[in-house]
Structure formats: C-alpha cells, structure tokens
Design a protein around this ligand. Sequence first.
Ligand code: ZN
Ligand code: ZN
Length: 311
Amino acid sequence: MLEVCLLGTAAAQPLPDRALCSATLRCAGRRILFDCGEGTQVSLRREHISPVKIDLIALTHYHGDHIFGLPGLLQSMVLQERRDPLWITGPEGLEEAMAPVLSLAGELSFPLKLLPLPAEGLALAALHPAWPAGARLRAIPTRHRVPSQGYVFTLARPGRFDVAAARALGVPQTDWSRLQAGKPVSLGGAWILPEQVIGPERPGLKLVFSGDTAACPALEEAAAGADLLIHEATYADEEEKAALYGHSTFVQAGQLAARAGVKRLWLCHFSQTIGEPEQALPLAQARFPAAECGFDGLCTTLVFRDPTEND
Ligand SMILES: [Zn+2]
Ligand SMILES: [Zn+2]
C-alpha cells in the first residue's frame, strides 16, 4: 500500500491558496519527500505529516521554487529532536547546491547524508529497515534548463505463497517465513527452494514524479504502465513558451500519459498565468481522459491489484 499526497501545485512563486510544487509518499510508515520549495513545511503541517518520518528528500533540480524550503525544514527537524539520519538526493551539483542550505540551517541534531542515486536505483530498505524489501527509487534524467531528474518509485509484490505445496513438501510452518523471504530451507538433507512454493511475481505499484521538464522521452518510457504519474503542466497550450523555459503544457502532459499507458495522471506546477487550472484541464483530457488537476492536499492510496481481477 502506498499513500501519495500532493503538497503544493504552484510554479515559481507561492500563492495564498497554492503552495510550491511538492509531493510525498508514505509506505510502511516511512516517507519520501519530492522537492521542498518555500513553505513546504507548512504544507506538511497542514496534512499532519511529521517531518521526522521523512527518510529521503528527492530533489528534482536546484531552482529556488524546489529547494528554498530546505533550511527551514531542516531547522524544524532539529526543533522536533530528530535523531534518525536524513538522506537527500538530487541530480548533478548536489553538494554545491546543499552547501548554502546547510550553512543556513546551522547545526543539525541528526546525520545528513547526500546521496546521488545509483543508476540501477536504490533499495530503500538500506535507509530504514521498515521499508519493504521491494521498495526502490530510481532517477530519470529530464529536460529542463539545468541538470534535472524525475523519480520512479516502485514497490514489487512477491508471488503468492502456496500453502498446499509447502504442506505437500513437508515444510514445517516455522520455516514458511524463510521461504517467503526468498531463502531456501534445508529439509531432510535436501533443499526446498522458494520458487517451489511461491508463485510468479504479481503486479506491484509504480509512482512517477516528473519535476520540471519539457516533454521527455526517457520519462515517458520510465512511466510505462505507472499507477500514478504526477507531471508538471506549467502552461495550458503555449508550447513555444514551454520549450523556451524547459516546461510542459497540459496538452503535452496528456499526450505523454496516453503514450506511456499510465493509469492516472495528476497535473501540477501551474504557472501564475493559469488562474484556474480546471479551465485548462480539457486540453489534457482530450489526450488522456483520466487526467486530473492536482490541488494542494490531493491525496490517494494506491493498493495492489489482484492479477485475477485486472488486465
Ligand atoms: Zn519549478
Ligand atoms: Zn525549474
């Protein structure tokens, strides 16, 4: 199970009713925060989310509207007596971008680790043991005016444990959890392998967060079949302007979602020139009918689907 919450949906400048673009996911009680613009900690508080449970802050790039909230958030973590380590990841230039942030934040009460993600992605259990073994985060290079990356979070779901097969093989119940964890069990001088009692892997969950980007083929490929794509839509249909500033339009976000075959699309990072995002929504829905306008506080829970009930 995966809880996703859009904390803010504004581009460039925070508005009274639209905080800067940021999102968070929660899995097994632990959190990732995507981007941290000015005021993100206010949005977290509004959603009753404790910053202490955030293991990783994943930055898409280092424009101010995505990082100016960091010093304040780090200081609040100190005030809340955080002790657990905090990891921060981002594209090329992470150390340089974080130097002034750390200088402003002052002395921390917890270890802070800067962590470029490995190309194959990061198993989140390495950050905190509560993360499920199949939870991974990887970065996808995107197309903005500065080094930038989007993120793909995946939660794998192991195959079904076949109780009848385990019983037929004579595996004592005390050894089932070992097999479920993917480890072999020794029985009467022979080895029982996990694949003898566990069915094929079932569909997991995939969440994609674009950050700021022009239409990006690598992101489109990575988003294939995603349960939820959170994609920026800075402009309605002004493609020239979007290309100039390295952003996407409602039209382009809808097209990308359709081509990637995602299940849901949330649009966000709206320019101030978009007074009412709902008015531009039909532009995206014409390409991807299930497109939704994000709004501050939009949350959902993604759950595993039973393979017998879906495609
Ligand atoms: Zn931005
Ligand atoms: Zn930007």
